[in-house]
Design a protein around this ligand. Structure first.
Ligand code: DGY
Length: 323
């Protein structure tokens, strides 16, 4: 009998063709979160789980006694109890490699939108408030040649840095260890300590994964040393940033603005962010393009097939299960 696979949200069917040919596939029809107890029920006889935007908790893993492989359609995997998977020898993969450029496009778009007041301009016209050209209308801040600070210099951070270089921006970055010299040279980015990054950047863009080490790693201390003319961009995870501290920094004028695609308690918005004109908000759409979402679904399906066939895909996030 073919092994059962559960796909937690509807993704383009064509991306699943190869899986469907070999396995018994159940694709959930609702594109919304599912409660852990419902997911646990759905996973009872499942051997392969293709995770799209849902949480896989201990409760799910406990119920899914036949589960052999989990493939996450996303690069971040903080939605999955990886430690619980590893202790059960269940390999987990992600879709690193297909969404970095797309996410960096959005991050740079947010940077431009907040600095140049693009969203406010759109609203201004739609509200029928535009009656004549004005010298003082919606003056923003220059982007070109300003210093771009990248916090977390992985593939998305590097893609963001390249976009900044295209705008003539000096790029500095911080992460635990400097990147290889050839990457620094190719991109034209300079490693700095954490404090220098926040002090010297005109735009700080966050690109670290959410882990216990990065949980609310950016808070009052970092925001206080940023320039009052600086902007913060977050397309990583909401919880790497202390949202309360951000709201306070915006209210006290410690920074000039922020652009956020991710939030501490999605889809809830911190009430202090709601009415602020110097904040641009998008609903976690970093990788949301037709092409990239298709590639993510396809890669997640390929990873799952490889795992179920006993192979070790490149995108394994808990390689220790292979011993
Ligand atoms: C990712 O790939 O991690 C995106 O944020 C989608 O969850």
């Amino acid at each position: 009998m073919a092994a059962k696979i559960f796909v937690t949200r509807p993704v383009p069917r064509a991306a699943l063709d190869a899986l469907a040919a070999k396995y018994e596939l159940e694709v959930r029809s609702e594109d919304k979160p599912i409660k852990p107890e419902q997911l646990a029920l759905a996973c009872k006889d499942v051997e392969g789980l293709l995770v799209v935007g849902v949480r896989v908790t201990e409760e799910v893993l406990k119920a899914a006694t036949r589960l052999r492989a989990i493939s996450n359609a996303g690069v971040g995997y903080d939605n999955i109890d990886v430690a619980g998977c590893t202790s059960r020898k269940i390999p987990v993969t992600n879709t690193a490699g297909v969404l970095e450029e797309t996410t960096a496009d959005l991050a740079f778009g947010l940077l431009l939108a907040v600095a140049r007041r693009i969203v406010l301009g759109d609203r201004y016209i739609r509200d029928d408030r535009w009656h004549h050209w004005q010298w003082n209308l919606l003056q923003g801040f220059d982007v070109h040649h300003k210093t771009l600070g990248i916090y977390g210099f992985g593939k998305i951070g590097q893609a963001m840095a390249r976009r900044g270089r295209g705008f003539g921006m000096p790029v500095i970055y911080h992460q635990r260890r400097p990147a290889p010299a050839e990457i620094e040279r190719e991109i034209g980015a300079r490693f700095v300590d954490r404090e220098t990054l926040f002090r010297e950047s005109d735009f700080v863009s966050l690109h670290v994964p959410l882990t216990t080490a990065t949980d609310r790693t950016i808070g009052a201390g970092e925001l206080r040393i940023m320039k009052p003319s600086a902007f913060l961009i977050n397309t990583a995870r909401g919880r790497v940033l202390d949202e309360g501290a951000l709201v306070e920094a915006l209210e006290r004028g410690l920074i000039a603005g922020a652009a956020l695609d991710v939030f501490e308690r999605e889809p809830q918005l911190h009430p202090g962010l709601h009415g602020k004109k110097n904040v641009v908000l998008t609903p976690h759409i970093g990788s949301a393009t037709i092409e990239t979402r298709f590639r993510m679904a396809q890669l997640a399906a390929e990873n799952l097939a490889a795992l179920l066939e006993g192979q070790r895909p490149a995108n394994i996030v808990n390689p220790e299960v292979f011993g």
